[in-house]
Design a protein around this ligand. Structure first.
Ligand SMILES: Cc1ncc(COP(=O)(O)O)c(C=O)c1O
Length: 382
C-alpha cells in the first residue's frame, strides 16, 4: 500500500471544507469538475430508466445498447471503426486506467507517462511494481508531450505509453503531427499498448481532438479512455468507458466482473441519451469555459511573480509561480490559508510540476475574479 498514491485534489478539498466549517470563506479552484448541472434531458432519461426497471445488475462489460452507442460515437469522432465488443463501460473513466494497467503491464515492465500529469497513472504503475518512466511536459512546448521524449525513453522493457490530450493539469493538446511521430516510434512494437486518456476530448478551444488511433495499426494497440464526467457535467454519476481490442476488452470486463460486477444500469441508459440526444448544452458549457479561460489567464498574468500560458483544452491553468520565490506547495498552502482560495500545487502532478500551481476554471466568472483579487493581494504581501 505504501506504493499507492492518490489524487491530492480530494485532500485539499477536505482541508478547504474544514476551513469553511471554521467560518472562513473559500473559493474552490482545486477540484476538476464542471460547476454546471447535468443537462435536463440526461437527468430525465435516468429517471425514466429507473421507472422502467433499470435497477438491477447488467452485463459486466455494459448494456449492449450503451456499448453500441459508444462504439458509434467513437467511430464518428475518431474516424475509426469501433465495434460494440471493443467497448467496456465502467463507473467513471478512472477504472479504465487501473484495469488497463493491471491487464497489460507486468511487474518490472516500464510505463511512459506524462509528468506533470494525472497522478493516478504513476500511482497505479508503482502499485503493481512496474517502473513509472516520466515523459516531461514543458512550458516552452506549451505543455504538450515532446515526441522526442518518447523516442528517447522507450526501451525493450516499455510495455505501455500513456498519453493524455487535452491534458490535466496543463491543458496541453497533442497535434496530429506529434501523434504521428509517437505512432511511428512503436510501428514495429506489437508488445506496446497506448493508453490514450481522452476524457477532455470535447473540451477543446482551438481545433479538434486528434486521437492516435487514426494512424494505421494504432487502433489495435490503443486503449481509448473517455467518459461522461467532464463533457456532460456528470462527475457524480460515475460513468465512463474504454475502447480497446476485443480480446483485451474481454479481460477488462473480467476485471469489472471481479470488482464492480457491472456499471449502474440506469446511469448507462442516461449515457445513451447523453451521446444521442441534443449536444447544445455541451457547446454552451465549452463556450462558457472559453470565456472564463480569458478571465483567469489575463488575471494571473497581471499578478507580479506569476505568468500563465493559455491552455488549449480542458478547464485548468498551470501558471508559472517561480517569480514569487516560493515553492509550489508552500504557495498553494499560503494561498489557501491567507487568501481563502483552494488551488493545487503543481507537484501534486509529479516532480516536473515544481514551479507551478493548478487552478481549475470550472467556476463562475464572479468567483474567478474574486479568487484573482485575493491571490493578487496575498502575493503582494510576500
Ligand atoms: C486526465 C483525467 N483522466 C481521467 C479522469 C477520471 O474521470 P472520471 O471522473 O470519469 O473517473 C480525470 C478526472 O479528473 C482526469 O482528469
Amino acid at each position: 500500500m505504501e506504493n499507492l498514491g492518490q489524487e491530492t485534489a480530494f485532500e485539499v478539498l477536505a482541508k478547504a471544507k474544514a476551513l469553511e466549517r471554521q467560518g472562513k470563506n473559500i473559493v474552490h479552484l482545486e477540484i476538476g469538475e464542471p460547476d454546471f448541472d447535468t443537462p435536463k434531458n440526461i437527468k430525465e432519461a435516468a429517471i425514466k430508466a429507473i421507472n422502467a426497471g433499470y435497477t438491477h445488475y447488467g452485463p459486466s462489460a455494459g448494456i449492449p445498447e450503451m456499448r453500441e452507442a459508444i462504439a458509434e460515437y467513437i467511430s464518428k469522432t475518431r474516424g475509426i471503426k469501433a465495434e460494440t465488443d471493443e467497448v467496456v463501460v465502467t463507473p467513471g473513466g478512472k477504472p479504465i486506467m487501473f484495469f488497463a494497467i493491471l491487464a497489460c503491464v507486468n511487474p518490472g515492465e516500464e510505463v511512459l507517462y506524462p509528468n506533470p500529469g494525472f497522478p493516478i497513472y504513476e500511482s497505479v504503475v508503482n502499485f503493481i511494481d512496474a517502473k513509472a518512466v516520466p515523459t516531461p511536459l514543458e512550458e516552452e512546448n506549451d505543455f504538450k508531450l515532446d515526441p522526442e521524449y518518447v523516442k528517447e525513453k522507450i526501451t525493450k522493457k516499455t510495455k505501455m505509453i500513456i498519453l493524455n490530450s487535452p491534458g490535466n493539469p496543463t491543458g496541453g493538446v497533442l497535434g496530429r503531427e506529434d501523434l504521428k511521430v509517437i505512432a511511428d516510434c512503436i510501428a514495429n512494437r506489437d508488445d506496446v499498448v497506448v493508453l490514450s486518456d481522452e476524457i477532455y476530448s470535447e473540451i477543446i478551444y482551438e481545433g479538434k481532438n486528434e486521437s492516435i488511433t487514426q494512424f494505421p495499426g494504432m487502433k489495435e494497440k490503443t486503449v481509448i479512455l473517455d467518459g461522461f464526467s467532464k463533457t456532460y457535467a456528470m462527475t457524480g454519476w460515475r460513468l465512463g468507458y474504454g475502447v480497446m481490442r476485443k480480446d483485451l476488452a474481454a479481460k477488462v470486463a473480467r476485471l469489472m466482473n471481479n470488482c464492480n460486477s457491472c456499471t449502474c444500469t440506469f446511469t448507462q441508459m442516461a449515457g445513451i441519451e447523453a451521446l444521442k440526444g441534443p449536444q447544445e448544452d455541451v457547446r454552451k458549457m465549452v463556450a462558457e469555459f472559453k470565456k472564463r479561460r480569458e478571465v483567469i489567464v489575463t488575471g494571473l498574468n497581471n499578478i507580479e511573480g506569476i505568468t500563465c500560458k493559455k491552455p488549449r483544452g480542458a478547464f485548468y491553468v498551470f501558471p508559472n509561480i517561480t517569480g514569487t520565490g516560493m515553492t509550489s506547495q508552500k504557495l498553494a498552502d499560503y494561498i489557501l490559508n491567507e487568501a481563502g482560495v483552494a488551488v493545487l500545487s503543481g507537484t501534486s502532478f509529479g516532480k516536473y510540476g515544481e514551479g507551478y500551481l493548478r487552478l481549475s476554471f470550472a467556476n463562475s466568472v464572479e468567483n474567478i475574479k474574486k479568487a484573482l483579487e485575493r491571490i493578487s493581494n496575498a502575493v503582494k504581501k510576500l
